[in-house]
Design a binder for this molecule. Structure first.
Ligand SMILES: Nc1nc2c(ncn2[C@@H]2O[C@H](COP(=O)(O)OP(=O)(O)OP(=O)(O)O)[C@@H](O)[C@H]2O)c(=O)[nH]1
Ligand SMILES: [Mg+2]
Length: 318
């Protein structure tokens, strides 16, 4: 029996960290062979996917560690994807005091996977999407940490349900936040290191000012501005409730389904463009292969179909 036949959704869901690691490695080696598993996972989403983004050193990993503890204490299972910034994006905490959290190896309810970022997509490698879909079918919560400085925050919004943008007290990020026009992206703007006192309060006020000038995010969700300290856990409970609240809001009126569908379409058209350039997109139009997702089909499946069709048509043309 070949490896992909043994790795079905049930095995991955019930096989603990061992099977999940195996699935992720196989995904890295040959994504095409994992198509069936990916399709099944895509059709069986379970987790709330949360993106934690912000500049280097803002405290994302420290926050993740506290979030993991909180969710595990509540009995919720957590998968984590930490997207390592490429070497180009040097500077900030990871040169010196970057936090690399560790989790209990015995706890089957938490799984952490680091991934390298691909610069071209501004931080999120294609594999991130596949890994997210896999983990989304397994855990209650999926957390994705990415370094975002400027426009790259938009990338995490392509794979997550809730985007949290972290801002360092007194860093002027709120100004950048406004200038970069990314105020429409996060659902929660979070001032970290609130134990730094007045600076955190000021930054929170700055953010409020910046956001009052910006348009509102995604219809009627008003961006929440919060502050917390991962060091003393002040504000953590309120933050966790706000994240849950956003998920509840998404689940109303089919917003979540619509959002994920849009993300899948976006991913698919980018994948087609990456593979075949603009020619690929026009081929799809000419051949009348829609990028729209039909019920019951995953973007991975559709991409595989497009690839087959593309190769077939080209062979015919030769
Ligand atoms: N005072 C204080 N320091 C904090 C807090 N959270 C994180 N830090 C410190 O900030 C530094 C950077 O924290 P990280 O969690 O590594 O930041 P990061 O955003 O994950 O950094 P990168 O992954 O490099 O982008 C570390 O020295 C942390 O100890 C906090 O709540 N209060
Ligand atoms: Mg980090």
């Amino acid at each position: 029996m070949s490896a992909e036949e043994t790795l079905d959704l049930k095995t991955v869901c019930n096989g603990g960290k061992l099977q999940l690691s195996r699935a992720l490695s196989l995904l890295e080696q040959s994504p095409a062979k994992m198509l069936n598993l990916l399709n099944d996972c895509y059709q069986a989403p379970k987790a709330h996917v949360i993106g934690i983004t912000g500049p280097p050193g803002v405290g994302k990993s420290t926050l993740l560690a506290e979030l993991i503890k909180t969710y595990r204490a509540e009995g919720r299972t957590v998968g984590v994807i930490a997207v390592d910034p490429s070497s180009k994006r040097s500077g900030g905490a990871f040169l010196g005091d970057r936090v690399r959290f560790s989790t209990d190896p015995e706890d089957q309810g938490v799984f952490v996977r680091s991934m390298a970022a691909r610069e071209r997509l501004g931080g999120l490698a294609d594999l991130t999407i596949a890994a997210m879909v896999l983990m989304r079918a397994v855990f209650d919560i999926v957390l994705i940490e990415t370094v975002g400085v400027g426009q790259s925050e938009t990338d995490v919004s392509g794979v997550t349900d809730t985007v949290v943008f972290c801002v360092q007290p007194g860093s002027g990020d709120s100004l950048q936040f406004m200038k970069a026009g990314i105020a429409e992206i996060p659902h929660i703007a979070l001032v970290t290191k609130a134990d730094m006192g007045k600076a955190a309060e000021r930054t929170k006020a700055d953010l409020r000012g910046a956001l009052s000038l910006a348009s509102e995010n995604g219809g009627d969700w008003a961006v929440k501005i919060l502050a917390l300290s991962s060091s003393d856990r002040t504000g953590l409970t309120e933050f966790v409730s706000s994240v849950d609240e956003h998920y509840e809001w998404l689940k109303n009126e089919g917003r979540l389904f619509e959002l994920r569908n849009q993300q899948a379409k976006q991913w698919l058209s980018e994948a087609v463009r990456d593979l075949y350039g603009k020619k690929g997109l026009s081929f799809i139009q000419e051949a009348d292969l829609s990028l729209d997702l039909i019920d019951g089909i995953s973007p991975f499946e559709l991409l595989a179909q497009i690839q087959k069709e593309f190769i077939f048509t080209r062979q015919q043309a030769l």
